[in-house]
Design a binder for this molecule. Structure first.
Ligand code: KG4
Ligand code: ZN
Length: 364
């Protein structure tokens, strides 16, 4: 009989995604975005995002099935993001996923959004080696994770950001530079015409002395990330041009260089420290051209195998959630109860996330 077709649903932020995966193979996926509706506010408006999910969910699922050449009755399991993310947005995806699982009488799985980002890479490059080092860089998270069997083992957090996430830094600085939302892709585009050495932006927490201030690696610098100082430095630099034209391309290229430098330096150091031979870079910021190029260069020099999903699978999508669902199904994981709730501030502990009732009360 083989393993079932898993439908994955993602709705944690401004993308409504549906994907279909079976035995590690991507059969089809479709993403609708409410990005344009948020652009004039300079950031995601939760209520607008939630309403857009209501409108997009059914058509997106239908189009993903069409793309895969499948019918609704071919779906054998449903996986859905239950956190972290925007509460109203998550609720819409979960309600849709529960309805489909109930109507089709198939098992339902709750998935941690960041585990989805990790699993996205398996759709392009096959099963993850055990162990692997994963750098997750998105709009809300910047973490280095030691991943073993994604479906079975707890995920070990080696480091996190003390303040802003890398994507958040791009988004906020882009706004100050007068670039459109979302800021990351806009910075990436603007940087093409700029000089990455034009502005000497700081490289937060990469100096040896920084190790003393945070829970440290055994290595010579802190394992933690911090992007709020870099964001402020970029804002100050822009303010310093008051009345004069801002060389946006140089600012964008220099900011992108600083972020890429910090991320890749720490990721490679973590691989060395833990004797891990494979680095996987995932999440929206993994779509950044300079992050990809510098990771490639530094991994090659260090003899580390690098895996980065194609850009369309780096940003939020339903295929990555289906990929986790497929791994859980094949690992024989317990399905979620139909009274499963969302957990908007869920910490990343395991790939499956089945909060029921009380978990939703946790302080962010
Ligand atoms: O993973 P994702 O789609 O959503 C979250 O889980 O947050 O990541 C979104 C983030 C945003 O901050 C966006 O600006 C950033 O990823 N991003 C990029 C690029 N594409 C998306 N940052 C830099 N360069 C890009 N090309
Ligand atoms: Zn994401």
């Amino acid at each position: 009989m083989g393993s079932p077709v898993v439908l994955g649903i993602e709705s944690s932020c401004d993308e409504t995604g549906a994907g279909l995966v079976r035995e590690g193979r991507l059969l089809g996926h479709v993403v609708a975005s409410s990005m344009d509706e948020h652009a004039r506010y300079g950031g995601v408006v939760p209520e607008i995002a939630a309403r857009a999910h209501v409108h997009a969910l059914t058509p997106v699922v239908r189009r993903a099935l069409d793309e895969a050449g499948l019918r609704m009755s071919d779906v054998g399991a449903v996986a859905v993001t239950t956190g972290p993310g925007l509460s109203g947005a998550l609720q819409v995806g979960l309600a849709g996923a529960k309805s489909l699982a109930y109507a089709l009488d198939v098992p339902l799985y709750g998935v941690h959004h960041l585990a989805g980002h990790v699993a996205a890479d398996t759709l392009e490059h096959g099963p993850l080696p055990d162990p692997c080092m994963v750098l997750v860089v998105s709009g809300g998270h910047t973490s280095l994770l030691l991943v073993r069997d994604l479906a079975r083992d707890p995920i070990v957090h080696l480091s996190d950001t003390l303040d802003d996430a890398a994507g958040e830094c791009f988004d906020k600085v882009a706004r100050v530079f007068g670039l459109p939302y979302p800021g990351g892709p806009a910075i990436d585009r603007a940087a093409r015409d700029g000089d990455p050495a034009a502005v000497p932006f700081p490289r937060p927490l990469t100096a040896p002395r920084d190790a003393a201030h945070t829970h440290s690696f055994p290595s010579s610098f802190s394992s933690s990330f911090s992007f709020s100082g870099l964001k402020t430095a970029a804002a100050r630099w822009a303010e310093g041009h008051a009345g004069r034209p801002l060389p946006v391309a140089d600012g964008a290229a220099s900011l992108q260089e600083a972020v890429a430098d910090v991320l890749t330096r720490k990721a490679v150091a973590a691989c060395r420290e833990h004797g891990v031979r494979t680095l996987v870079v995932v999440g929206g910021v993994a779509a950044n051209s300079r992050v990809r190029a510098l990771a490639e260069e530094r991994c090659r020099a260090a003899g580390i195998a690098l895996r980065v999903p194609p850009p369309r699978l780096c940003t939020d999508n339903g295929a990555m959630i289906a990929a986790v669902g497929d791994l859980l199904v094949r690992a024989g994981a317990d399905p979620a109860p139909l009274n499963m709730s969302i957990d908007p501030s869920a910490p990343l502990e395991t790939a499956s996330l089945h909060p029921v009732g009380a978990a939703f009360g946790r302080a962010a």
